[in-house]
Design a protein around this ligand. Structure first.
Ligand code: ACO
Length: 173
């Protein structure tokens, strides 16, 4: 598939919200942009499956989920890195902006679902995704950006400028 420019795509949020300094540091053969309504066809789920079990809901249901995220403006920022030669997605990540009543009606950015295709790991793409999401969170006025991760990923997030704080609790249905 030939590379599709941002102008030709139906995006989750405007491209210019991705910090320019992150764009500049990417190799020329890669492009970082917001998630697009047709990214089901560019391997979005296959990259996410590097992270955990992914059940393919089919393109229509995937698209309905995309529209549900877009219906909450300034809240869900899903981004992807695309290999221009193949127009396939090689890295993904999301930041969700939570609006609070405390801290003077402050907001918190929650980073979720970071994944880099196995063939592309170790090339700083994870770092670029985290830098972009943290930039979006801070430019949205968030007073902090947080995430949960496994012990084995702590060194990666420390390299991204995060530090360990508190504990994660979970209750699965
Ligand atoms: N242990 C130690 N150091 C690491 C690790 C690790 N597991 N992973 C990366 N690093 C280091 C790199 O060596 C690099 O260090 P350097 O600057 O000294 O060279 C730095 O962290 C940046 O690494 P990247 O090249 O940007 O890492 P990569 O592109 O491979 O992305 C990621 C890291 C996202 C963890 C990737 O390996 C991946 O997709 N893993 C499987 C899915 C996963 O675990 N996702 C994170 C879940 S947590 C969440 O989603 C909030």
């Amino acid at each position: 598939m030939p590379f599709t420019s941002d102008a030709e795509l139906d995006l989750l949020f405007p491209s210019d919200q991705i910090p320019a300094f992150v764009r500049k540091q990417l190799p020329a053969e890669l492009h970082i942009r917001p998630l697009a309504s047709t990214d089901y066809r560019r391997g979005h789920l296959s990259v996410l499956s590097v992270l955990t079990v992914v059940t393919d809901p089919g393109e229509d249901a995937w698209r309905a989920q995309f529209e549900a995220l877009r219906a909450a403006p300034r809240t869900y920022y899903g981004i992807v890195i695309v290999d221009k030669a193949s127009d396939r997605i090689v890295a993904v990540g999301t930041v969700f902006i939570e609006r609070k009543f405390l801290r003077g009606l402050g907001s918190v950015g929650h980073i979720e679902d970071i994944a880099v295709d196995k063939s592309q790991q170790g090339k700083k793409l994870g770092l670029r995704i985290i830098q972009a999401l943290t930039g979006i969170s801070e430019n949205s006025g968030c007073y902090k950006t947080i995430l949960n991760c496994s012990d084995s990923n702590i060194p990666f997030y420390e390299k991204c400028g995060f530090q360990k704080k508190e504990n994660e609790m979970a209750k699965y249905a």
